[in-house]
Structures are given as structure tokens and as C-alpha cells.
Write a protein that binds this ligand. Structure first.
Ligand SMILES: [Zn+2]
Length: 196
């Protein structure tokens, strides 16, 4: 905590220079990402099902978690009925992994062990950026635009269960804005008419 609070630190506690390699693990190298800030990239072929990284952090009771969520901490995972895990700690490089609407990893909770893993959903080629869906709900989702670049990107960081809702919402708003409610042919700006 000696340096600036917002500055990401590398494994040696030094500020990260974005173009450099910021940190490395067995499977992942962390460096500047085209999606956002720092990202994690495959160092080698990662077979589907691999536990790529553990998502570590501070185990906190629900009441404390609620306080931190109120303060807009986006790194909190549910562990069980009583505890959450706050991944916003310097020793958790997994917090740099970016969200994607079409991710190649997912987070997996081992309830018994109270541990969270980032697991490869498919084979991942060397150099590919590792992403998972952050699983956000619709609370103020417009504050969290998505820049993942996936063809199916819904434009905001939300759980897959809400994709359809967000798409409909955007289509509706786009139509209203352009006064083209009954013109199916021309979709809203920036959105392809998607066959879902
Ligand atoms: Zn996206």
C-alpha cells in the first residue's frame, strides 16, 4: 500500500508499465489488452477444462461484502450463503482478466473448498486473450459498456441470461431515437440486425 492506490502492481509490488509483461503464471501472461487495461493472454495452448488461474482474494462476510458492493467494487464473488470473496487485492492477477460476451473461460466455484477457478471452456491458442463473463445483473448495467469485440457483443457487461433483454432494450431505444419503430430493415446505430 506504499504507492498510489489505483496503480496496478506486478508480482514484485512495482507499478506496472503497460506495454511490458506485467505478470506471468504457468498458463497466462498479463499485458496491455485491446479490450480494456491489462488482460491475460495464453502463453501456450491451453486445453479445454484446464484450471487456468485461481481467483483469489479476501474472504469477507456478507455484510462487509454489501458495503463494498455499495462502494462499486466489481471484484466480489459469491462463495456461499455466509461469505463472499473480494478479488480486489494485489495478489490476485485474475482480476485483470477481461469480460467478453463470447468468452473462452468461465469462473467455477468449488463450494466445498471455497475456492474459485478460471477454467478454459475450449482449447485456447497461444496468444489468445483469456476472457470470462463477469455475470453482472442488470443493476445500472449502462455504467458498464462492453468493448469485447465479439460478433455477438451485446454492448454491456451482463450475464448471458440478460443478453436478450439488453438486445431488445437497445433495439427499442434505437428505433425510438431514429423514429423507425416499424422499419424492421434498419437496426439501431452500431447494432447489426442479429439473428440471435
Ligand atoms: Zn461484449
Amino acid at each position: 500500500m506504499a504507492t498510489g492506490a489505483t496503480e496496478p502492481l506486478n508480482a514484485e509490488g512495482k507499478p506496472i508499465v503497460c506495454d511490458d509483461v506485467a505478470a506471468e503464471t504457468e498458463w497466462v501472461v498479463f499485458r496491455k489488452s485491446p479490450i480494456h487495461g491489462l488482460g491475460g493472454f495464453a502463453r501456450k495452448l491451453i486445453p479445454a477444462g484446464t484450471r487456468v488461474l485461481e481467483y483469489v482474494g479476501e474472504k469477507i462476510p456478507k455484510e462487509e461484502s454489501a458495503r463494498r458492493c455499495e462502494a462499486n467494487n466489481p471484484y466480489i464473488f459469491c462463495l456461499n450463503d455466509r461469505y463472499d470473496l473480494d478479488g480486489n487485492v494485489p495478489w490476485n492477477p485474475a482480476r485483470f482478466l477481461n469480460h467478453s460476451c463470447n468468452p473462452n473461460c468461465e469462473s467455477e466455484l468449488d463450494e466445498e473448498a471455497e475456492r474459485i477457478w478460471i477454467v478454459a471452456l475450449r482449447d485456447i491458442q497461444p496468444g489468445e486473450e483469456l476472457t470470462f463473463n463477469y455475470g453482472y445483473d442488470l443493476t445500472e448495467y449502462k455504467d458498464y459498456p462492453c468493448n469485447c469485440g465479439a460478433p455477438n457483443c451485446v454492448g454491456y457487461i451482463v450475464a448471458e441470461a440478460f443478453f436478450e433483454h439488453v438486445r431488445q432494450q437497445r433495439a427499442l431505444e434505437g428505433s425510438v431515437a431514429e423514429g423507425q419503430v416499424d422499419r424492421a430493415g434498419s437496426g439501431p446505430v452500431g447494432l447489426e440486425a442479429s439473428p440471435r
